[in-house]
Design a protein around this ligand. Structure first.
Ligand SMILES: [Zn+2]
Length: 553
């Protein structure tokens, strides 16, 4: 569809085009509430002869905020709609990360995404370190520990149990929530640009100057973080930020994070942790029922291990698979929209506050200048950067073409699949299993030799095959095949169906790790089974890395 262009100044008749759209309904294109829109990037005052600037910003506008303030009180600033607290930014020469997001999506999802990106790695490292420390203190009898019996190669070994995983869980939760606060106390919290906190929302003059100079913030930012939600490409200001960054750095140092990924990953991680805690307490129950003073035969323990495994699988199914499957389905459903959105991308169809309200402020009834006109004028000035030629192109097709042809493959490569990068799984679903197998360290130190090797192999398989295997199975099955979320019954049925399928696959992975470990007496066989399990796991992750969720470049 071609747009009409004013012969005098090359400016498109944007409003004319906009109102010609037959299916336009202002109510549909508004975000969650009116308040949200007021809060957004709409410039409420100002004259029609304003223009967007991409040069250096004045020092009093160049504000950044520490990530600690963004995450403060579990992301209160991200969740709330009001403007009561005003600007929290402080003057800065450079900004670490520019956070680009749409105002209509849920603040709690953005909060979890920021925890995943900025805090989860530190939380994983510290949780594992704390578990190792506790295990060593137990090994040298500094800390009391409960003993448990573990069946390896048909023989029971006395191991220590419980405390390392529990301490790991506490450390993981604490660091996940408060890592930026700890860094901030040392003056090292990440510096970010978040429009809500870095643009004056109450001082209209300052607000207008900062919004008009948005490209200047991107210019002094080292990295762009896109918190992607299904409505991201529909928002005009989000598209403008993306276009500015595309022009400045060509998608270098860009991270795209679908906001539904973090809840799904955290649900899987904490489900694994709860299953492990149940397992640990079940070992105490085993001691209670079988009596720890009696020397058990291998078959007694094997029976109990199998019963315990089935019990944990059932608990995991009820409490631990259904919720992660439901959240993973939401992620998969949102990602399904992405290829079509990018394929048919048109900046002229993106929504903005002024046009949605017919350029009349819905509360004060004052005239609103058009942000669309402003943005289109700037984009037309940037045409040469997008087309790569000196030829002036008087339409917005060039940007649409750039997004459809160049950005689409890049975005789909990074957030298109149902596969989470292994590095992200290392910081989430692997951690509970790593912490729980660290409990084996004291026994490995005591036993040495072949038994220590058997236990070490067991720990590696649990941490690096079972951990990522569980997350991958849930996410891939949730994304597979037909999906329907419009009908409550159908939605529930699909969650239950996909949970059952995920549980079966998880049970198979669990059995293929644990049953050979328990019954194969010769260490060579165990090594062979370990290799058989590790090879496909590595292959799956290497092959699927090119199509991963939430990647960065
Ligand atoms: Zn407008």
């Amino acid at each position: 569809m071609s747009e009409t262009v004013d012969a005098q100044n090359g400016e498109p008749h944007v409003d004319k085009y906009y109102w010609q759209k037959k299916d336009f309904d202002p109510a549909c294109s508004v975000g969650n509430s009116f308040d949200f829109q007021i809060w957004g990037r709409a410039i409420l005052g100002g004259s029609e002869d304003r223009c967007l600037t991409s040069g250096p910003l004045a020092a009093n506008l160049r504000l950044a905020v520490s990530l600690d303030k963004v995450l403060h009180r579990f992301g209160r600033e991200l969740r709330r709609n009001g403007t009561k607290n005003g600007c929290r930014g402080t003057q800065a020469e450079r900004i670490g990360t520019f956070i680009s997001h749409d105002w209509g999506s849920r603040g709690s999802l953005k909060f979890m995404s920021l925890l995943l990106i900025f805090n989860s790695r530190a939380a994983a490292v510290i949780a594992v370190s704390v578990s190792v420390m506790v295990a060593l203190l137990e090994a040298y009898d500094v800390m009391p520990s409960r003993s448990a019996e573990r069946l390896v190669g048909g023989r029971g070994y006395i191991t220590h149990s419980g405390e390392a995983s529990l301490c790991g869980l506490v450390a993981y939760l604490f660091i996940l929530c408060f890592w930026q606060r700890i860094l901030s106390l040392c003056g090292r919290s990440a510096s970010v640009f978040l429009d809500k906190l870095c643009i004056h929302q109450e001082n209209e003059k300052q607000k207008e100057r900062a919004i008009l100079g948005l490209a200047g913030f991107l210019d002094i930012s080292d990295r762009l973080l896109i918190l992607w939600s299904p409505s991201y490409f529909d928002r005009l200001w989000c598209t403008y930020e993306l276009a500015s960054w595309l022009r400045l750095s060509g998608m270098k140092d860009t991270t795209v994070m679908p906001i539904h990924l973090a809840p799904a990953l955290f649900a899987i991680t904490f489900s694994l942790w709860s299953s492990i805690i149940i397992f640990i307490y079940a070992v105490t129950i085993q001691d209670y029922f079988l009596g720890s003073a009696v020397q058990h035969s291998g078959s007694d323990l094997l029976t109990f291990d199998v019963v315990l495994g089935v019990a944990v699988c059932l608990c995991a199914l009820v409490g631990g698979v259904i919720l992660p499957t439901h959240l993973s389905r939401r992620l998969a459903n949102s990602l399904r929209l992405l290829p079509q959105q990018l394929e048919s991308f048109s900046i002229r169809e993106a929504n903005c506050f002024c046009c949605t309200h017919h350029h009349v402020h819905p509360e004060t009834k004052k005239h609103l200048p058009c942000d669309r006109r402003l943005i289109f004028k700037t984009l037309l000035q940037w045409q040469q950067d997008f087309t790569g030629s000196g030829e002036s192109v008087a339409t917005l097709e060039a940007l649409d073409f750039r997004i459809r042809q160049k950005l689409k493959p890049w975005v789909l490569r990074h957030i298109g699949g149902s596969h989470v990068p292994f590095s992200m799984l290392l910081a989430t679903s692997c951690v509970p299993l790593m912490c729980s197998t660290i409990d084996l360290i004291p026994a490995m130190i005591e036993l040495g030799g072949v038994p220590a090797f058997r236990l070490g192999l067991d720990a590696i398989l649990q941490s690096f095959v079972l951990g990522p295997g569980v997350a991958t199975a849930i996410m891939m099955i949730s994304a597979a095949g037909f999906d329907c979320k419009n009908h409550v019954g159908c939605d529930l049925f699909l969650t239950l169906l996909k949970s059952t399928a995920s549980s079966l696959v998880i049970a198979i992975i669990w059995a293929s790790i644990n049953i050979p470990r328990a019954i194969l007496e010769h260490v060579g066989w165990q090594l062979a089974v370990g290799a058989v399990l590790l090879v496909p796991t590595t292959a799956i992750f290497r092959c699927c890395c090119s199509k991963a969720v939430g990647g960065s470049e």
